[in-house]
Design a binder for this molecule. Structure first.
Ligand code: SF4
Length: 216
């Protein structure tokens, strides 16, 4: 993707995104899913778990359970058992069951394409709602997880104490058509190079541009 014709307010952010796009041309979600509902379940499961763990669990889970109706028909302990390979599985099981029931009752069993309606669903916060819009509906969405928050702050693109503030500042800085791409690029860079504990600054393609706002 060439950014040549896209108007970006800051030359700094444009340069950063171009470098990251060249470095990670395939940056996209690593979660495996076959429908918007499966994506929603996978994103809920991904909180404080790796995509590898989530994919391992959903590979089996989605064989038999694919729809809100399938999940609503299970009792809580059955869902807990099915997803116990991810962290926080008890609270996630509760949320997934309640989310499936709400989709059936209020949305004809469909995942809504509206940010505020997504936010009403149990287990869905701003990050998940943004990811659903971007990945599930191909609409503008910039989900801020721990990687996006850390990388954007270290790079000096934002100066934000929490994810909500980072989301707001990044959305003001980056044009809508690049929100989803930027989300994936920051995640990929955060996982591979700008790691939480030991960022690999000496190997980083952004080294010369980065103020390295790293909290020790
Ligand atoms: S130079 Fe260091 S702090 Fe800056 S983005 Fe790269 S790894 Fe992160």
């Amino acid at each position: 993707m060439c950014l040549g014709e896209i108007v970006i307010g800051s030359k700094h952010v444009k340069e950063i995104l171009e470098i990251l796009m060249a470095e990670y041309p395939d940056a996209q979600t690593m979660l495996v899913f076959n429908s918007r509902f499966e994506l929603l379940v996978a994103v809920i499961l991904s909180a404080q778990s790796t995509d590898v763990q989530v994919n391992r669990v959903t590979a089996e889970l989605f064989q038999m359970h694919k729809t809100p109706e399938d999940f609503a028909a299970l009792n809580l302990s059955e869902i807990e058992e099915l997803i116990k390979g991810v962290g926080l599985h008890k609270s996630k099981a509760k949320n997934i069951r309640a989310m499936a029931e709400m989709l059936i009752k209020e949305h004809n069993g469909q995942v809504p394409a509206d940010f505020n309606e997504l936010l009403q669903l149990p287990g869905v916060g701003r990050k998940t709602a943004n990811v659903m819009l971007a990945v599930g509906f191909n609409q503008p969405g910039l989900g801020v997880d721990t990687h996006v928050h850390r990388v954007a702050n270290r790079l000096g693109l934002v100066a934000a104490k929490n994810a909500n503030r980072t989301e707001k500042e990044l959305k003001a800085l980056i044009p809508q058509e690049l929100w989803s791409k930027s989300h994936h690029l920051f995640i990929w860079h955060g996982r591979r190079v700008c790691k939480a504990r030991k960022p690999l600054c000496e190997e980083c393609v952004l080294e010369e541009l980065c103020p390295k706002n790293i909290e020790r």
